[in-house]
Design a binder for this molecule. Structure first.
Ligand code: OXD
Length: 305
């Protein structure tokens, strides 16, 4: 049996999965199930202990991009395979999110908003896309697509990943030196890295200082990537023009956090990209029904993604 935990969308998933997987029993939380019949679960942000009664559980499909929360749980024995969906409609949304921030920087919307508040009519010099350097940190399914899309639009894109990667027409760097170089060559840096031990506070004070003065930072990966106090200091003194943040070290962001009303912060509540249910179901069905071959998104628990 495949059991779905997707509170707002349980019925939708069931209605898509049933015709896609004839022969499978499909159910969705909060419908009660005999726990011994559950062999597969598809879930996003399941509550603690959800998996504990499922003694026959073999596979969990993560209905989101990051698996960090699943890897921290104590109710998923190592024998249970964790599968990440590849893209599932999120990559195009990541491009949109990144583009919004890049345009904000390129077309100086921050400055025009200030001018409007002050009643100032000043026309600023327009920058061309070819003169805007965008650095993408994380070149997996999502970051790779963003890099290709923005490069296709004419931006000067470079990318960084922990290990070597090659993307046509995009300068790709890796390793510590590669990170410093990528930051130094970015007017706007877009982060879409997973949360792992290796990426925690990857952007600390020293790395943030590699960015050119007046650069902007967009984070749609995980809050843990950034030393938020160091970022705040660089926004306070104007060294960074703005940060556009979708993810935070604590979510929801605490009500008294200075990001809420910082003039140089644009924030969204972890909505940069949502899984598209029909696409998620297509991938789950392909995997379970032996249909169309889709690259396996099996998670390496040691690596953390
Ligand atoms: C995530 C998501 O992993 O929203 O952050 O899918």
């Amino acid at each position: 049996m495949l059991y779905v935990y997707a509170p707002e969308q349980g019925d939708l998933y069931v209605s898509l999965l049933r015709p896609a997987l004839p022969g499978w029993r499909i159910g969705a939380w909060p419908e009660p199930v005999d726990p011994e019949t559950v062999t597969h679960v598809a879930a996003w942000a399941p509550p603690p202990g959800l998996f504990a009664p499922f003694g026959q559980l073999r596979t969990v499909f993560n209905l989101g991009a990051g698996v960090d929360a699943l890897l921290r749980r104590d109710d998923l024995p190592a024998s249970v395979e964790i599968v990440r969906l590849t893209d599932a409609g999120m990559a195009a949304q990541m491009t949109e999110y990144c583009l919004y921030g890049v345009l904000h920087w390129q077309r100086e919307m921050d400055a025009y908003r200030r001018q409007q508040a002050e009643g100032v009519w000043v026309q600023r010099q327009t920058r061309l896309r070819a003169d805007v350097r965008v650095g993408i940190l994380g070149l997996g399914e999502l970051g790779g697509r963003v890099a290709r899309d923005l490069s296709g639009m004419g931006y000067r894109v470079s990318g960084w990943s922990r290990g070597p990667r090659a993307l046509d027409g995009i300068v790709c760097r890796h390793g510590d030196d590669g990170l410093a170089e990528t930051l130094a060559a970015s007017d706007v840096v877009f982060c879409v890295l997973p949360a792992t031990a290796a990426t925690r506070h990857l952007l600390d004070a020293a790395r943030l200082d590699c960015l050119p003065e007046g650069a902007a930072l967009i984070n749609a990966g995980r809050g843990s990537l950034i030393d938020e106090a160091a970022l705040l200091a660089r926004l306070d003194d104007g060294r960074l023009r703005f940060a556009m943040l979708d993810v935070f070290s604590e979510e929801p962001l605490p009500a008294d956090h200075p990001f809420w009303c910082h003039p140089r912060v644009i924030m969204t509540p972890h909505v940069a990209a949502d899984t598209v249910p029909a696409e998620a179901v297509r991938q789950i069905a392909a995997r379970l029904g032996g249909g169309e071959a889709i690259p396996s998104g099996r998670i390496d628990r040691q690596r953390g993604y």
